[in-house]
Design a binder for this molecule. Structure first.
Ligand code: MG
Length: 382
């Protein structure tokens, strides 16, 4: 039987690559719903090709445009961000791929888990903000969370068939475009330079996060929740070639790694087809072309965001939610040339100090924290 998929954020980098996977395996997958925030033109094009039951355009100003364009087709068109949280509950859906950007992924993911849909998780912020709540809900509703992030897909693959406890996760990081920059150089980097990632082709938010190592910090917290380890069991290893996508060390000293060329199609396909591996046309890794792999320790003196993430993970409560909100505001300000590259870390640090700490937050506390932290971060930017 074909798997019915809802893609939340279908016009983004993960969304479009997921549709490449579906296009290559039409005997396996069917698109039930596509949602986009703003990009009506691409959503219309995708809807015409994949003929989903429902499309949602979150931006209400674009509703008429999408509705008119799809008028002749048997496709329901909905609008508003509430519709995204609602569409995931549709009965025929088997898997929800959460590929929207940032905090906005939280509500629809919670709804999808509550009605028992498998989650292909590409929105790491969901687990960063509310990992405790999400993992408990997933267990309660017997819902699998299948990681799409390449590092977490690697760890997940390394753990397949293993019953023994993890001693340590070795989370690999490319180091981003500024790996060898001095602090003085980092002060002056531009948004254009930061948006050029050496290995991975990704959306703007995650590309800036990669350059500042916040992405690795968010991934560390994501890994902590997905694989039930504490932050001290996760070591970040800078590996500029991005060939080893992460590793797991066991108590007998054995280390298992997952390797491949840096291409998001693979982790997306693995999550959608799990537990099967589908034949693919992806380029194969050639060790003789690669020649060497190198490894370094991350420098948290130049890349302070990684230290903040470890601090947030150890503090628990709503601290990671605070950090994430401040980071979303800082990245958006950097993309609008309102703060410099290093100033993003200052905004995050100050917001973490000033926002109300809640030890055991409820969903409502997370919503409140997110709002408060954004407000405080914006004040620091002014
Ligand atoms: Mg990643």
């Amino acid at each position: 039987m074909k798997r019915n998929i809802a893609i939340l954020g279908s016009t983004g980098s993960i969304g479009t690559q997921a549709l490449d996977v579906v296009r290559e395996h039409q005997d396996q997958f069917e698109i039930y719903a596509l949602t986009a925030n703003n990009n009506a033109e691409l959503l219309i094009k995708q809807a015409k090709e994949f003929l989903p039951e429902v499309v949602v355009i979150a931006n209400e100003d674009k509703y008429k445009l999408v509705k008119d364009a799809l008028q002749a087709l048997p496709i329901k068109v909905w609008t508003g961000s509430d519709s995204i949280a609602q569409v995931v509950e549709s009965e025929p859906i088997n898997i929800v791929l959460t590929a929207m950007v940032g905090y906005s992924g939280l509500k629809p993911t919670i709804n999808a888990i509550k009605v028992g849909k498998a989650i292909a998780l590409a929105n790491k912020e969901t687990l960063v903000v509310a990992g405790e709540l999400i993992t408990a809900l997933a267990i309660e509703n017997k819902v699998p969370i299948l990681p799409v992030d390449s590092e977490h897909s690697a760890i997940f693959q390394c753990l397949t068939g293993e019953r023994s406890p993890i001693e340590k996760i070795l989370l690999t990081a490319s180091g981003g475009p500024f790996r060898n920059h001095t602090k003085e150089q980092l002060q002056k980097v531009t948004k254009k330079e930061a948006l050029k990632h050496p290995n991975w082709d990704m959306g703007a938010k995650v590309t800036i996060d990669s350059a500042s190592l916040m992405n690795k910090g968010l991934e560390m917290i994501e890994a902590k929740w997905l694989f039930e380890v504490n932050p001290d069991q996760i070591e970040v290893v800078v590996h500029p070639q991005s060939i080893i996508h992460s590793m797991v060390q066991f108590e007998d000293s054995s280390i298992i790694a997952q390797l491949g060329l840096p291409d998001m199609h693979l982790p997306i396909q693995y999550a959608l087809a799990y537990p099967n591996r589908l034949k693919s046309s992806f380029e194969r890794l050639d060790f003789f072309k690669l020649k060497s792999m190198t490894f370094e320790k991350p420098d948290t003196d130049r890349f302070r965001n990684l230290a903040f993430a470890f601090e947030a993970a150890r503090t628990r409560g709503n601290m990671a939610c605070i950090m994430n909100a401040a980071n979303e505001i800082a990245v958006s300000a950097f993309l609008q040339d309102k703060v410099g590259f290093l100033e993003m870390s200052d905004v995050i640090e100050k917001t973490m100090q000033k926002t109300c700490f809640v030890h055991t937050p409820t969903y409502e506390d997370y919503v409140q924290t997110d709002m408060e932290a954004r407000h405080i971060a914006l004040e620091f930017i002014k």
